[in-house]
Every structure is written in C-alpha cells, then in structure tokens.
Design a protein around this ligand. Sequence first.
Ligand code: XUL
Ligand code: CO
Length: 439
Amino acid sequence: MSLTPYFDHIPAIRYEGPESDNPFAYRWYDPAHKVAGKTLREWCRFAVCYWHTFRGTGADPFGPGTLVRPWEDGSDSLEMAIKRADVVFDFVSKLGLDFYCFHDRDVAPEGKDVKVTNANLWKVAKRFKKLQKQTGIKLLWGTANMFSHPRFTQGASTNPSADIFAYCANSVKEMLDVSLELGGENYVFWGGREGYITLLNTDMGREADHAAAFFQMAVDYAKKIGYKGQFLIEPKPCEPTKHQYDFDSATVLAFLRKYKLEKHFKLNIEANHATLAGHDFPHELEYARVNGALGSIDANRGDWTNGWDTDQFPNDVKEWAHAAYIIIKNGGLGSGGLNFDAKLRRDSVDVEDYFHAHIGAIDTVARAFRIAGQMLSDGVFEDNLKRRYRSFDKGIGKQVESGKADFESLQKYILKKGNPDPMESGRQEYLENIFNRYC
Ligand code: XUL
Ligand code: CO
C-alpha cells in the first residue's frame, strides 16, 4: 500500500531478466541472485539519495530549476518536509531497495534560530522512524549540510570564525543523535567548503588542526551516546573550493594518520570525485581497499569531456565490473553500500525519468557484479598477479617481505648474481583482451 498517489501509475519494479522489454523492470538486478557466495542484494545495498532525487531542482549557473515534482507545493515548510518524506519512502519501496541517505537540510528547513532548526529536524526524524518501521527501509547514512548556507562560505570546521565552528558542532551533534535514533549504519563527512581559494588569507596548518579537532569531537561524542555507525570521509579534490583538503583517498588517509584518527574512519568513494582528482574510480577504490579503508560508495559518473561534477547516474558496465571486482575482493562494503549520488538532467522532467535513471544504474551495477564474480572465480587476473610477483615468494624476495633483508645482504645477492633476471612481460594488452571478453 502506497502512502501517496504520485507513483501509482508505475508498477513495482521487479526482476524480469535480460529478455524483458518492460522499461519498468530490472534486467540484471535479481536481488536473490548469488555472486561469489552472497546475493546481489547483500553486495549492493543500494540507497536512494534524498538531495538530488528529491531536493535538486535542475538549476544550473545559467538558469533556474526545471524539474517537475507534482507533490511539491513550492514551499520549504515543515509540512511539506513531512509530506515529502512519505513520497520518498514510496519511491524507495517501489524500486524494492533497502536504504536511503540524507543531509539534515535536505529533510528539514532551517528555523529562525538554531533551536528551531534543531526542533524541525527532530519532527521529520520522528516521521522517518515511523516510515522505516512501516516499510523496512533503513538509513544507510546521514550527514550535515555545512556548505550551502552563506554562513559556510569560508568553510565549516575550517572556517576562520569560531562561531561557525560551534554552529557546525551543533549540526553534527544533532545529526549523530538522529543517526542513533534512526539506526543509521554510517555517518558521512564530506568537506564541502573545507578548503581554500587563496593562501593570501588562509592559515592552512591551523585549518587542518581545527578540522582534526572537530573530527575528534565527533568521535568522542559518538562514543558518549553509544552510536556505533561507521564514520566515513568522502574525498573530493575541488568544487566548490579550489583546493579541497580531502583531495583523494591518499590525502585523507595521510591526514587521518597525522592526527591519529585513522582507526575511527573509512572512506566513502565517489566515482565522479575520483575522476575530478585525475584518477579513475577503480584507483580510488583500490587505494582505499589496500589500506583497509574502503567503507562505502557514492555511485555516479562524470563526463570525460569536461571537468565538472556532473553527477550522472552510472551506466558504464566495464568501469563498474572493475569496481565490483575490487568490492568483492574487499569482502563487500561492511555497513556501507552504494548510494546514487546522481541527478537527472535538467530536461528529464517526467516522474518516469526518476525510475529510468535508477533502473539503469541498478542494472549496470548488478550486471557488473555478475561479471566480476565470474572473473574472480575463473581466477585469470589473480593467477596473473601471483605469477607476476612470484620472485617475492622465495629466496631473496621472501627475505625482503619478511623484513630479513637489508641493503648489505641485497648488495651481496646481486653482486653474486651479476645481473638481474631479464624483464618479463606485464602482458597488459593480453589482460585487456581478456577483460573485454567478459564485458
Ligand atoms: C558533493 C557530494 C555530497 C556528499 C554528501 O559533491 O558528493 O553530496 O556525498 O555531502
Ligand atoms: Co557524494
């Protein structure tokens, strides 16, 4: 039974198989289908994101919003916020998904002061609690929007104003309380304006210390209230600031280690942020994985011809096959999942477009998991890796890996040998051909 009438003309989205020509059906996402010992539902843990799908307007720097939402009354009132919550849960239910994600300001309007703002958030959170119980839909992660309002223009925890730092402490404290109340499985920090435009007005060292102090306070507060959700930092190199402090996985991990915060955080990797950083998506995933920090994913894509965060829905099976391969090697995402941090194009103005976007993205990812599972069980790439590094499995290589070698023993070894063994092929083209055979 739906709560609102807005999607009544669309059937519940179910798996019908690759032969189906029903645009309102999954071709690859069979939630019960098993890949590498787990169901697709368990691997994917898909989430609908509140901000793009329900609050984005289609506005761009050259013109106002275009998207049509029949349920909106044009206001940012609390009444509208509560009604919208029902629509969101209807949408997630219709797609047959398990999770949603939101920022505080996506779901509840600001009031005349902090007290009223906090009260508004709690009124909507109460509604969420009821809806979660009714539908079984869960909160993958919550976060605080500390970048949209003009007060955050110069940053949040890295703002030169201590008042703004305190304001942000209130926001995160409230959202941690809400996350505890709603059973939020993770809590995300994306440093929207935590960065700078010019060093002429920026004390970089002091700003980093402030950000670290803020994170430590969040860790301490979560412990105090017994909130056990996984903390995640979402790297992004630029946009809206020129230099964002959380540039990429490597930068965030170095920051966390400097301030001894690494055991409290994992990473939420966003595909389009990876490409903005000059990496590809699999690079960021693998860097996080090998550092034990792959926590969750914002599933979207950019456009390779430009340098913006276009936040399109994922549709590249090959890219995702590689991503799924890494996720499976990671044993999954733990409490994390795949959140569609993606928005409709400005001229996708039909209610049906929300469904087409999600169905396409979900099928892309599901198909990729099926492919990746096959690649792993065939073992071609893993066998190749074993073979390529085999000189470290015995002899002098084994001594290096076990910490038993030093410069002197290595020099003795290579002097005795005279010359290293000849180079072996990296077989890149061969491996690319094999990869293409799967996709
Ligand atoms: C912005 C972005 C955010 C975060 C949450 O580029 O990705 O929506 O995911 O604040
Ligand atoms: Co994101």
